[in-house]
Design a protein around this ligand. Structure first.
Ligand code: SF4
Length: 560
């Protein structure tokens, strides 16, 4: 089998070297919490000469960050006990919350108060824009003296010659033409070396995935399960906006097929704005599954559509979320490295919350790194402290209580509800001590069994994919090789067309993959890519590899 290409960097080129003590790859809540907490711990230990560097692939910190988001403030309150006084960006406290089951016939059943499933009760939580949160956290990090470079995508890990020890990363070369030849603007990526590298790339991190392949970090674990989330922000009629401001509604059922997992939300984020989103599990069996199409269908339900009347879309975005829970988390550390946040699966899918867990994971990693640096042992044995701290933490307790949640729902909605009921009185065990899970790419059925049909689109409330992508701000340098690598194009034309009908054209929420009628070759519109990673996860032959594009390329999420 031909070896997979996992980076677009050119080989054998002289590279500038930047040595630091701790390097954090990605500038999300986990990474920034880790950097801020580590800086404080190092100062206390008299190790304030250690250098901490955070790098991010987006042109500006926050541009690639998207979430719902209702946040449990537990994590941020631990990092900054005076978070509110310090000006942490809260859109609203949750004033009212409920769940609603949407019926295909048009009505809905409202579950409020004691009837609302406990995992969906949000009293005491706050509505935030994760994009604003990370910008605020980045300001706190910079004020504390931490170096932060945006527009620096990490393309490859560096390993010791005689072992798997992680020595740092190489950033992506820039100035490579579409045909792979260096342009006059060619600049080789930099070698950034560190005693400890923290992988905080978000869901399905490119480097984290390759590290897992190389070191078997998920050996003996369930495969990670993912969902694709679609989100829009709407400017709405002020009458609706005022009524909804601070309200949190989660909906279920419609328009999901019977054995599919997913859900949706409407959050009142300002007196004239709503955030709407839909998440669907990628173990969905239908080869024509189109998460964006499902989202549009949901918006057309009589419960949702009137909310958008007279309004206009402001933003669009998509991302995947790691849903597998405790049994799907990889080994969190190794020789010279650790993983935090979504990259390591820190998400409670039952409550749909991960920001507080991401922050906690970063803080736990910081404690382990500070101890390792003090002892001068950043080997696997030195970094093992992170695993111990996690096992003793409230983050573990929280994830342990829902350890079988997502797996049970993979067996169907009824089994999931039954199992969750039992789990509530058995400390999270449910009917079985440890439920297994299939990898998402293994669950697709042949296209002949598909029953999914796209809804009709319009230019008011049901925008098509391309119009939506425009509102994501996605842009990439056009003259560069596509960062979506198709490992074996013959599989697409010879096998996938027959068996699955080329599902990439459906599951991508940004219209990147096109199969014009009668074509035997895929057209890849890489410039549209919003970096959600759905293709890297859901392709039934694992034939697509998402790698980092040139620095700064991708969506430009504001307030998402
Ligand atoms: Fe997501 Fe892949 Fe489409 Fe990019 S190409 S938007 S990563 S599915």
């Amino acid at each position: 089998m031909k070896p997979r290409l996992t980076s677009l960097n050119v080989a054998d080129v002289e590279r500038e070297e930047l040595p630091v003590d701790v390097l954090l790859v990605g500038a999300g809540p986990a990474s920034l919490a880790c950097a801020i907490h580590l800086q404080r711990l190092l100062e206390k230990k008299g190790l304030d000469d250690k250098t901490i560097l955070v790098i991010d692939k987006a042109e500006e910190v926050g541009h690639h960050t998207l979430s719902g988001a209702v946040m449990d403030p537990k994590g941020i309150a631990e990092l900054f006990p005076d978070w509110r006084e310090k000006g942490f960006p809260v859109l609203s406290d949750v004033k009212e919350d409920w769940a609603e089951m949407l019926k295909a016939s048009g009505g809905s059943i409202k579950l409020k108060g004691m009837l609302c499933p406990p995992q969906l009760r949000n009293h005491g939580n706050v509505i935030v824009s994760l994009n604003q949160v990370v910008r605020w956290m980045a300001e706190q990090a910079e004020a504390a003296g931490i170096e932060l470079y945006a527009g620096f995508p990490a393309a490859e890990t560096i390993h010791a010659e005689d072992s798997d020890r992680v020595l740092g990363i190489i950033t992506r070369d820039s100035g490579i033409a579409k045909d792979g030849t260096p342009k006059s603007t060619f600049e080789p990526g930099m070698r950034i070396t560190a005693d400890v590298t923290v992988f905080a790339e978000g869901t399905r991190g490119n480097l984290a995935k390759n590290l897992d392949r190389r070191l078997g970090l998920s050996r003996g674990k369930n495969p990670q399960a993912y969902g694709t989330g679609i989100k829009e922000i709407w400017q709405v009629d002020p009458k609706i906006g005022k009524e909804w401001y601070g309200q949190v509604m989660h909906t279920g059922s419609y328009p999901l097929q019977r054995d599919a997992y997913g859900g949706s939300f409407v959050y009142g984020i300002a007196e004239d704005k709503l955030a709407l989103g839909f998440v669907v599990g990628l173990d969905h069996k239908d080869a024509k599954l189109d998460p964006h199409g499902l989202f549009v269908q949901w918006k057309q339900h009589p419960r949702i559509r009137p909310l958008l009347e007279g309004g206009k879309i402001l933003r669009y975005g998509a991302k995947t979320v790691p849903e597998g829970g405790y049994f799907s988390m990889p080994k969190l550390y190794g020789d010279g490295f650790c993983m935090v946040g979504d990259s390591a699966g820190f998400l409670n899918i039952a409550t749909l919350k991960g920001i507080h867990l991401a922050i906690k994971s970063g803080m736990l990693a910081a404690e382990a790194i500070a101890e390792a640096l003090e002892k001068g042992d950043t080997s696997e044995a030195g970094m093992a402290r992170y695993g111990e701290l996690f096992e003793q933490s409230w983050a573990k307790d929280e994830l342990w209580k829902v350890r079988n949640y997502r797996q049970a729902f993979a067996k169907g909605m009824f089994r999931g509800m039954l199992d969750f009921g039992v789990a509530m009185v058995t400390g999270g065990r449910g009917l079985v001590a440890k439920r297994d899970m299939h990898a998402d790419h293994e669950t697709m059925q042949p296209v002949a069994q598909s029953s999914f049909t796209l809804p009709s689109f319009n230019d008011t409330d049901s925008l098509d994919k391309l119009t939506d992508v425009y509102h994501s701000g996605a842009v990439h340098e056009e003259d560069q090789p596509a960062h979506l690598l198709v490992n074996d194009p013959s599989i697409c034309a010879d096998k996938c067309t027959q068996e699955y009908g080329n599902p990439c054209q459906h599951f991508c929420p940004a219209a990147v993959y096109e199969w014009p009628e009668g074509s035997t070759e895929v057209t890849i519109n890489a410039s549209n890519c919003v970096h959600c990673k759905t293709c890297d996860i859901a392709d039934p032959y694992e034939n697509i590899e998402w790698v980092v594009p040139e620095g700064g390329g991708g969506p430009k999420y504001i307030d998402m």
